[in-house]
Ligand binder design. Structure first.
Ligand code: SF4
Ligand code: SF4
Length: 442
């Protein structure tokens, strides 16, 4: 038996996947009200296409922009537009949102109809469907998918990678999707291959999901160009560059993009959303969200409408177990702590985790120069050196040592025996550098 592939560096945090990995996806009852932020993607925010008092249909496009790097948004329920007002986004940003009161009729928008047979669609038609459906990277990056499948003419793409790693602890939404709907992911993979005009796809899945590997291998069996590759269990294998190295042995150049080496990466959830857009005509109005952590009574994987409040997911999972000290949107290593549970589920919400202890409660101590942060850094940086410069206000030196190449995976902080706030310092320094640069150019 061959040795499973992986990348260099990384860490092995306890997975805690058992809390929800065997919980089948539960369809959550649509809420009485949804809040749909106009910015749920990388790129330009949408402008509203509706106004207060308008009646909207489920799946109706309610926000869009002419910008290429953007993605429209859609009503996830039928009902009446109650307000268009600033709302909190789970990333902590304050953005405009459209509040819709659900009339419970589930009235489908007339624009929704199954698209043509895949054989009838050319690459341009597929890109248009993906864009109109508002599909973005559902692994958390939320980069508009139609942009990814429209590479510049000087980039020659030969491989599509489908990311089924889900390497962050606790999260199991992608796992369940692969176990329960492998044929949807394979269909979406075929759509992506056609959009890119290539025939080779590799689906990377970590070995802690044997049932997902088996289901995906079975679904892919009839398509010789699609290969399922089991990977060692390691964080952050789901990060684009690390996944590419693990599967192909190739390195994306520093500061470059996967398409510079002929590769496009998409998440399994994105592939399933593409299937829904093409075969069912449905835009992206719902997603699978894991609700887990020791502070949740009954961990679940929910299929939930975009715009549902986080508090309603917690309630549907039986409420809190004990008194939570921390609620996080996303995984425990890269997620964002939430201070208000009335914020809505957006396209980037892979999980809601509740903990009865603070993950960052330990006091930092002086660095003992053990080098562990250097050993695990998957970007081959010297976190201890970068942080020394960043904390000392020497941002130019920190940049020289690769500050901006840090992907904020948190592996360095995780292993540091002195509890140093390494990734936190790096994040702050990156923000400071970016602020200084935009000041100079404005
Ligand atoms: S320096 Fe950045 S990329 Fe390297 S381990 Fe720390 S957070 Fe991850
Ligand atoms: S892991 Fe922590 S203690 Fe060890 S070298 Fe890095 S910063 Fe210093």
């Amino acid at each position: 038996m061959s040795i499973a592939k992986t990348f260099r560096g990384g860490i092995h945090p306890v997975g805690h996947k058992e809390l929800s990995s065997n919980k089948a996806i539960t369809v959550m009852t649509p809420p009485v009200e949804v809040i749909i932020p106009l910015q749920q993607h990388v790129g330009a925010p949408c402008k509203p296409l509706v106004k207060k008092g308008d009646i909207v249909n489920k799946g109706q496009k309610i926000g869009d922009t002419d910008a290429f790097v953007s993605a429209p948004i859609h009503a996830s329920v039928s009902g009446v537009v109650k307000a268009i007002e600033p709302c909190w986004h789970p990333t902590g940003a304050r953005v405009e949102g459209i509040v819709i009161e659900n009339d419970g009729e589930e009235r489908l928008d007339p624009s929704i109809h199954p698209q043509n047979d895949l054989d009838q669609l050319d690459a341009q038609a597929i890109r248009a469907i993906i864009r109109e459906a508002g599909i973005v990277g559902l692994g958390g990056a939320t980069f508009p998918t139609h942009v990814k499948v429209t590479p510049p003419s000087d980039k020659r793409i030969d491989t599509l990678i489908i990311n089924g790693c889900e390497c962050e602890p606790y999260l199991t939404c992608d796992h369940r999707l692969m176990v329960e709907h492998p044929e949807r992911i394979i269909y979406g993979t075929r759509v992506l291959l056609k959009a890119l005009g290539i025939s080779k796809a590799v689906i990377g899945i970590e070995l802690n999901k044997p049932d997902a590997i088996a289901a995906m291998e079975k679904a892919a069996a009839s398509y010789p160009g699609i290969e399922v590759v089991p990977l060692k269990i390691k964080y952050p294998q789901g990060a684009e560059k690390q996944l590419i190295t693990a599967l192909t042995g190739k390195e994306v150049p520093v500061g470059g993009l996967p398409m510079d080496i002929g590769i496009v990466v998409n998440n399994v959830g994105t592939a399933a959303a593409i299937q829904a857009a093409v075969q069912w005509g449905m835009p992206l109005i719902e997603r699978v969200v894991t609700v887990s952590g020791e502070g949740v009574s009954e961990p679940h994987n929910f299929l939930v409408r975009i715009g549902t409040r986080l508090s309603e997911l917690i309630e549907a999972a039986g409420g809190f177990r004990g008194t939570p000290k921390q609620v996080i949107m996303g995984g425990p290593l890269t997620g964002v702590a939430q201070f208000d549970l009335s914020v809505p589920v957006t396209k980037c919400t892979s999980g809601i985790l509740a903990f009865n202890h603070l993950r960052t409660a330990r006091q930092p101590e002086p660095c003992i120069r053990c080098g562990r942060c250097v050993d695990v850094c998957p970007a081959f940086l010297l976190p201890v050196t970068i942080v020394r410069y960043a904390d000392g206000g020497k941002l130019d030196a920190a940049v020289e040592w690769g500050l901006l190449n840090c992907m904020e995976c948190g592996s360095c902080s995780y292993v540091c025996p002195a509890n140093r706030f390494l990734v936190q310092s790096i994040k702050l320094a990156k923000q400071e550098v970016q602020a200084q640069r935009s000041k100079k150019t404005s």
